[in-house]
Design a protein around this ligand. Structure first.
Ligand code: THU
Length: 316
C-alpha cells in the first residue's frame, strides 16, 4: 500500500503511517493484499474543499473529506490488483481544519477523528456508500472494525447512534464527474427532512396569523427534532417553529445541529432574524433547507444567512 501524499509537510510521519495502516486494514478486510495499491491523499484548505464541494457536488459549503473513487466496485479493484501495474484506487481530499474542529466538538483526539474520516473515505474508494439504510449499516460496521483494529474505536461516534424516527431515504452523495464518482462523509436527506418539517406543521398553533410553520432539526448524532410555531393572545409571546425544534433538542441533550428544514402553509419561508441568532449559538455551519416543495429545495449555510452573528467570543 502506498499513500501518495500530495503535501506531506502537513502531518507528522507517525500519523501518516497510521493512515496507511487504516487503508491496509480496509483492504485486508476485503481479502485484498494492498501491496499493489495506491491512494492519493491531499490535505486541502477549507477554501479549496469548499470550492471542490461546490463545483462537483453543487453544495456550497465547507466539508471535512471528499473521495474520488477510480473503480466502480471491489471486483474491479481485485482485477486491477492482479495486473503488474499499481492499482490507483482514487483520491481523498482532507480538510484538516475541519478534522480538528470535529475532534474538539466530539471530545476525542485529532488522531481518532482523522483516522475515522480517512477510513470512511477509503471505504468509499472501495465502493461502499451510505445511501440506503442497509448499505449504511454495513459501511458503519466496516468502519468500526477498522477503528477497532487500529485501537481507536469510537464509543461516541455520530455514525453509531442514529435516530429510529428518521425514516427518509439518505441522499445520494455520489455524483458522476467524468469517470469519477464523488462521495463525502456527510449524510443527510434534505428532501426527507423537509417532509418531516411539513408533517410537523400539522401541529402548528397559529390561530392569530393563520401562518403555520413546521421545522425538522437534524443533529450530528442523526437525531431529528420537530418544532412548530406556537402563538399567543399576547402576540409578542409567539415562538417560531425553528426555536421550538431547537429547544426540544437541547432539552433532550442534543446541541450539535447539522441541518434544519422549514416548511410553512405558504410553502417557502425565510427564517426570521431571532431564529438565525438563536441557532447560530449552536451551529454557524447549520444547513438551512427551505423551498416551496421537496423538489425545489434551497440549501443555505446559516453563516450565509447571518454572517456576523453575536457570539460568546464577541464578549471576550
Ligand atoms: N414564524 C416561524 O415559525 N418561523 C419563521 O421563520 C418565521 C415566522 C412564525 C411566527 C408566527 O407564529 C408566524 O410565523 C407569523 O409571524
Amino acid at each position: 500500500m502506498e499513500l501518495e501524499i500530495k503535501n506531506e509537510e502537513t502531518l507528522d510521519e507517525g500519523l501518516l503511517e497510521e493512515m496507511e495502516q487504516a487503508a491496509i486494514c480496509c483492504l485486508r478486510n476485503e481479502g485484498i493484499d494492498g501491496d499493489n495499491c495506491v491512494i492519493s491523499v491531499s490535505f486541502v484548505s477549507p477554501e479549496q474543499i469548499h470550492q471542490m464541494n461546490r463545483d462537483y457536488r453543487g453544495v456550497d459549503k465547507v466539508t471535512d473529506v471528499l473521495s474520488f473513487p477510480q473503480f466502480e466496485d471491489i471486483d474491479e479493484i481485485i482485477d486491477a490488483c492482479g495486473t503488474p501495474f499499481p492499482a490507483e484506487l482514487g483520491d481523498v481530499l482532507i480538510n484538516l481544519d475541519r478534522v480538528k474542529e470535529q475532534a474538539e466538538e466530539f471530545g476525542h483526539s485529532f488522531e481518532r477523528e482523522l483516522l475515522y474520516l480517512f477510513t470512511h473515505s477509503v471505504l468509499h474508494l472501495l465502493g461502499y456508500d451510505h445511501i440506503e439504510e442497509d448499505e449504511r449499516a454495513v459501511m458503519r460496521e466496516r468502519e468500526e472494525a477498522v477503528m477497532d483494529e487500529l485501537g481507536v474505536a469510537r464509543d461516541d461516534s455520530p455514525w453509531t447512534d442514529h435516530s429510529d424516527d428518521f425514516d427518509g431515504e439518505w441522499e445520494n452523495h455520489f455524483q458522476s464527474v467524468g469517470r469519477f464518482k464523488l462521495a463525502t462523509a456527510e449524510t443527510s436527506n434534505y428532501a426527507g427532512l423537509y417532509d418531516l418539517a411539513q408533517d410537523a406543521m400539522e401541529n402548528a398553533y397559529a390561530p392569530y396569523s393563520g401562518f403555520r410553520v413546521g421545522a425538522a432539526l437534524l443533529t450530528e448524532e442523526g437525531r431529528i427534532f420537530k418544532g412548530v410555531n406556537v402563538e399567543n393572545a399576547s402576540y409578542g409571546a409567539a415562538i417560531c417553529a425553528e426555536r421550538t425544534a431547537a429547544v426540544t433538542a437541547v432539552a433532550a441533550g442534543f446541541r450539535n445541529f447539522k441541518a434544519i428544514a422549514i416548511a410553512s402553509s405558504n410553502g417557502d419561508v425565510s427564517m426570521c432574524g431571532i431564529c438565525r441568532q438563536f441557532l447560530a449559538e449552536f451551529s454557524r455551519d447549520l444547513d438551512v433547507i427551505t423551498g416551496p416543495d421537496r423538489d425545489n429545495l434551497k440549501v443555505t449555510s446559516l453563516s450565509q444567512l447571518l454572517p456576523d452573528d453575536f457570539s460568546r467570543e464577541s464578549m471576550e
